[in-house]
Design a protein around this ligand. Structure first.
Ligand code: ADP
Length: 199
């Protein structure tokens, strides 16, 4: 069983890589940003979500935590997961650990996609021309980066202290980044297969 988190700044390529990883390793892709965007057009909750997203601020923990918990619990226990955009702060990370613990599982590995603010910004502005996303503009981006630094980066230490972080250089092409990731994941899958054979 493999539960992964893909971590990185806005525009680091989390969504792109998460989709490729999900396909290759048969994991369910859970993108908090996508799930929230699906709620945008629906009623009061949707309105509330859009207000936060459009300002580049985090949706309140109590809301996103419930949404993600229910998404997880709708999936079979045996389904491996890849979280993209979640957790984004310590409260969310601790909640994720406890939701997975109830399933007798944990986050096995956090892939930390590294890309500096200048390159991420360039990518997002390029994407903004086609994505139709309300938050892919320069003003919102400043807020998203600040929140990433202040609230999300402490997660690197949190997962590092659990020995779960793997840094990946996010600068090369999509395929090259994916090759770095599969190099890491193939080893993990192999080791866990060997372990389960021994049992
Ligand atoms: P990016 O990582 O490029 O900023 P996402 O699609 O992951 O894009 O997130 C877009 C927006 O959705 C965030 O700026 C925030 O408003 C909201 N959001 C996504 N994930 C979370 C989360 N885990 N907690 C709170 N808000 C979130």
């Amino acid at each position: 069983m493999l539960n992964l988190v893909i971590f990185g700044s806005p525009g680091a390529g989390k969504g792109t890589q998460a989709k490729l990883i999900a396909k290759k390793y048969h994991l369910q892709h859970l993108s908090s940003g996508e799930i929230l965007r699906q709620h945008r057009d629906h009623g009061l909750l949707g309105k509330k979500i859009s207000t936060y997203q459009d300002k580049g601020r985090l949706v309140p923990n109590n809301l996103i935590i419930k949404i993600i918990e229910s998404a997880i619990n709708q999936l079979p226990i045996k389904q491996g997961l890849i979280f993209d955009g979640y957790p984004r702060n310590l409260t969310q990370a601790k909640s994720l650990a406890s939701v997975l613990k109830k399933r007798k599982q944990e986050v096995n590995l956090v892939i930390n996609l590294q890309l500096n603010e200048r390159e991420s910004t360039n990518r997002i502005l390029l994407r903004g021309q086609n994505s139709g996303r309300h938050d892919d503009n320069l003003k919102t981006l400043k807020a998203r980066f600040k929140i990433y630094q202040d609230e999300s980066c402490p997660l690197i230490d949190y997962y590092h202290s659990q020995n779960k972080i793997k840094n990946i250089d996010g600068r090369p092409s999509i395929n090259e980044v994916f090759a770095q990731i599969t190099h890491v994941l193939d080893k993990i899958v192999l080791t866990s297969n060997l372990k389960s054979q021994k049992k």
